[in-house]
Design a protein around this ligand. Structure first.
Ligand SMILES: [Zn+2]
Ligand SMILES: [Zn+2]
Length: 909
């Protein structure tokens, strides 16, 4: 049985690998030398552990270097300090196990293709080592799904996939079967069973779960497992046709694309070896996906640092070269050939590629390096084309990715990059930066997005503010999280147009930004329209060159300027004396760009110093501020000396390029450009407006109203009683039955003065955590990892919510309370507890009338019972009064969906 290549293909490849790919084989062999030289294999006995501090430099948050030969000493790449604490070791284990698993398939591929007995022995030794130990790791205390070695299921999937591929390569040699038998019994069967429990739907992580189940299922001859991995509801086929967009991008955005796409490669490759058919349309998207990272790449061959992305990550990494090679081998796509030409040119800095420390597919980014084909990985040894065609580099094209809401307009054969980021902000790692504008000329980043620095530094709040972007904000606050929408997109010859809008205040203020790009310049128009007067700021993260025409005078921060809006990071604030700079010049990396500006409402220009891109010193930038119900900030940016003058005003924009003159105007929703050249006149009409019915704004901006839950009646003497059990249980590793079958009786009663909740929990040996000042595991409240109750109440007076985490204090009737209010003054809660014969009981009393509670209106509440055991560090599960819907408890913290509540009508008799 083989997984990634048929046996025939594998045998046919042997001779050619020894010739055409000989340098690659040699360098992959060199990576194995340290392991081959070891008398015994090191396999850590502990499970990997995720903590807040593990694996990061405590001083400034950089990820510590991973060195497989150094379990107890970890160097910070930035400050060079070596850390030896236990939490770093436990983090290192994750990397090490993945690294070691990958070495098994690396050694097996090399061994089979180059007839290298020592490598084959090493692969067998790693597989046997894991067969001996796998079941000794406990499936417990995980962060994201069941797993033995790790803390998240997808990591175990990546690990298992490496072992399965290694085993299939060894078995292609058709000899000793003893390794296979023991690996199947002690690793493949139990690990696949554990992975199969946890279906992550359309998450990029499920790609890896599928690949692991497909590989394990094939080796086990388990057709049902294979079928589910490929054709299940969240199987490979569904991901190919539903989660890859038509342009080949993984739907979660370019941050996740390469990771998900690499996982899909294993699945597609296995299916073709095993003769399993996949939908043509899906395979087409997958093949397009090899070139996707090139669509939005910056001219200097780095990724745009959108959202929480790392800043200026280069495509010049061996892993990306390997992705292009694997794509070339399948499709011969000229874009990939061109990208490879570029990756293999002499421009990259000569430095180690980091391949020897590769942690299977859960890699982290490494600095750009000069690459050759000898730097590729073991997958290339198996699958890359033996020779690459010489290729002409086709110029990079403009690209509009509507599903992500990101449009890139390229000019000057790809050297000029203009983009508008308007679509979905991108989940938990998204930023409130809708309508962020980009302008990059060669390696000069004029307007861009700098992503995020360290999660543990205070500047995180800067990078996650609107003010840190070239995006508009209102009343000194960051934008709300929401998606913008496309208004127009068109590109005809030299002229391109992208326009999108975003509700800065849903239902009240909408901003529209349009960028028009010509070969020598770009026009940027930001327009806002509101129901009332609002203060708008439009930041441009450029520092104008000193100009005697501009007099900047020291000024206080203009009000309003909320801390949460990023203003708290600014200092040396100055205001322009006079209305507008008119024009200014900026110089970035020797590139001079001239800007002409105009605002049609009374306004002021500010200059301030704030954090620079991650890893760079502070820098100055400017923002223009106006207070009005509606208005427009327009600017023209030129990177070319061809533009000699420009006039920009409330009506339109006139640009002079020597003898040539361009007139730009918005006419009936179309962008019209009239060109006058030496007496001749021509025009370009850009017409890409998205049709929309009037009134759509209100519908789209209105807060989505949740369907009203069924109401129960509460009357004096008629309490509401509910038994919580199996169907209310949100599990972690163990299902309800083996978690001790916990239950609770919930009683809710109303009197004239109060609503009383009585939560009678039935479970053996409850564990009430002592007070802990902070949580070493993560950013959640430490009290969620205890037996206790989370209570949620709707506050009618402000449409807000109050919530409490309640933990009984041992040897007293007191309850430790942490409360949280989404708005308004705190709600008083009286509470006490006592132990009972079969558990414990918490009582809560809420006064009626306070914050509108229980007055003429619905009373809405949710109760969640946390369930813990003494031998754990993370909670085991939860009983949820509104039902568990077969959910898992992972990563929920104390967050509950406030649309899921029990609703009561209180009737006073
Ligand atoms: Zn450091
Ligand atoms: Zn951002």
């Amino acid at each position: 049985m083989t997984l990634l290549l048929t046996r025939d293909a594998l045998m046919a490849r042997r001779a050619s690998v020894r010739q055409d790919l000989e340098p690659l084989g040699r360098s992959l062999r060199a990576d194995l030398e340290p392991l081959l030289a070891q008398p015994e294999l090191t396999v850590p006995p502990e499970k990997a552990r995720l903590t807040r501090t593990g694996g990061r430099c405590p001083v400034h948050g950089a990820l510590l270097e991973f060195d497989p030969s150094s379990p107890r000493a970890h160097t910070c790449p930035d400050c060079g300090v070596v850390y030896t604490e236990e939490e770093h070791y436990r983090w290192w284990i994750m990397n090490y196990q993945l690294w070691l698993a990958e070495r098994s398939v690396h050694a097996a591929a090399l061994g089979v293709l180059t007839d290298d007995g020592a490598s084959l022995d090493l692969a067998r030794c790693i597989l046997r080592g894991y067969a001996d130990r796998y079941l000794s790791y406990e499936n417990k205390d995980n962060v994201l799904g069941p797993t033995r070695l790790f803390f998240s299921t997808y990591l175990e999937s990546i690990w298992l996939l490496q072992l399965a591929c290694a085993l299939s390569l060894l078995e292609s040699e058709d000899e000793d079967r003893s390794v296979g038998a023991v690996v199947r019994e002690r690793v493949l069967v139990p690990s696949a069973a554990l992975i199969a429990q946890y279906d992550e739907g359309t998450s990029n992580r499920q790609v890896w779960n599928n690949a692991a189940l497909l590989a394990a299922g094939a080796l086990l001859g388990d057709d049902a497992m294979v079928h589910r991995a490929v054709h299940g509801r969240s199987g490979l086929a569904a991901h190919l046709t539903g989660s890859l967009l038509t342009d080949g991008t993984w739907y979660e955005g370019e941050n996740y694309h390469l990771f998900a796409h690499r996982g899909l490669w294993y699945g597609v490759q296995c299916c073709s070896t095993l003769g399993i058919e996949l939908p043509d349309d899906g395979v087409k998207r997958f093949e397009e996906g090899f070139a996707t990272p090139l669509l939005t790449a910056l001219p200097d061959f780095t990724f745009p640092a959108r959202r929480d992305s790392q800043y200026a990550v280069s495509l010049r990494q061996w892993r990306f070269a390997e992705s292009c090679e694997l794509g070339m081998a399948r499709t011969g796509d000229a874009r990939l050939a061109a990208a490879l030409m570029r990756l293999y040119d002499e421009n990259g800095p000569a430095r180690p590629t980091g391949r020897g420390r590769s942690t299977a597919e859960a890699e982290r980014n490494v600095p750009a390096a000069r690459l050759t084909r000898a730097d590729l990985g073991w997958k290339s040894l198996l699958c890359a084309a033996l020779r690459l065609p010489l290729s002409e580099e086709p110029p990079l094209q403009s690209a509009h990715l509507p599903a992500q809401g990101f449009a890139v307009l390229r000019r000057d054969a790809g050297r000029v990059y203009v983009a508008l980021d308007y679509g979905t902000p991108g989940g938990g790692h998204g930023h409130p930066d809708r309508l962020n504008a980009w302008l990059v000329v060669g390696d000069a980043r004029i307007l861009e997005d700098v992503g995020t620095g360290s999660y543990v530094e205070r500047t995180l709040f800067w990078y996650r503010s609107t003010l840190a972007h070239n995006a508009p904000l209102i009343d000194g606050r960051s934008q709300p999280y929401g998606s913008g929408r496309l208004e127009a997109w068109d590109e005809r010859g030299a002229a391109g147009w992208i326009e999108a809008s975003f509700a800065l205040v849903p239902g009240r203020v909408r901003a529209t930004r349009r960028l028009i790009v010509m070969p020598d310049y770009m026009i940027d128009e930001l327009e806002w329209n509101g129901a009332d007067v609002a203060t708008i700021d439009v930041p441009f993260h450029v520092e104008p060159d000193p100009d005697p025409q501009h007099r900047w005078i020291p000024a206080p921060l203009p009000e309003p300027a909320e801390n949460g809006g990023g203003f708290g990071f600014l200092h040396d604030v100055q205001r322009l004396d006079g209305p507008s700079p008119g024009t200014f010049t900026v110089n970035v990396r020797g590139r001079s760009v001239r800007a002409w500006t105009h605002c049609d409402r009374p306004h002021e220009w500010y200059r301030a110093v704030g954090p620079g891109p991650p890893g760079s010193p502070e820098r100055a930038f400017v923002f223009v501020r106006a207070a009005a119900q509606s208005g427009r900030v327009r600017s023209l940016w030129s990177w070319s000396p061809a533009v000699t003058a420009s006039r920009i005003d409330g009506e339109g924009c006139a640009v002079e390029l020597g003898e040539e003159r361009h007139l730009h105007q918005l006419v009936d929703g179309r962008w019209s450009i009239t060109l006058h050249t030496q007496g001749a006149r021509s025009s370009i009409d850009l017409d890409g407006r998205v049709a929309r019915a009037t009134g759509d704004d209100a519908v789209e901006d209105a807060a989505s109203a949740a369907p009203a839950p069924p109401r129960h009646v509460l009357a004096p003497g008629r309490p509401f009683v509910m038994e919580l059990g199996k169907r209310h249980y949100r599990r972690s590793e163990e299902p309800w039955e083996t978690a001790g079958a916990p239950g609770a009786t919930l009683r809710i009663a109303a009197s004239r003065v109060s609503v009383d909740l009585d939560i009678d929990v039935h479970k053996r040996d409850p564990y009430f955590a002592p007070p802990r000042p902070d949580n070493p595991l993560d950013n959640e409240d430490p009290d969620i990892n205890s037996d206790g109750v989370q209570l949620y109440v709707y506050l009618p007076d402000s449409h807000a919510y109050a919530s409490w985490i309640l933990v009984p204090v041992t040897d007293s009737t007191e309850v430790r309370v942490r409360s949280r209010e989404s708005a308004g003054s705190p709600v008083a809660l009286e509470t006490d507890w006592r132990s009972t014969t079969d558990g414990y009981r918490i009582r809560c009393r809420l006064a009626r009338g306070a914050r509108g509670l229980g007055v003429d209106r619905d009373f809405m509440v949710n109760v969640v019972v946390n369930e813990m055991s003494r031998d754990r560090e993370r909670r085991r599960g939860q009983l949820v009064a509104t039902g568990s819907n077969e959910e898992w408890v992972y990563l929920r913290g104390d967050r509950e969906d406030t649309r899921r509540m029990l609703a009561f009508e209180i009737v006073d008799v």
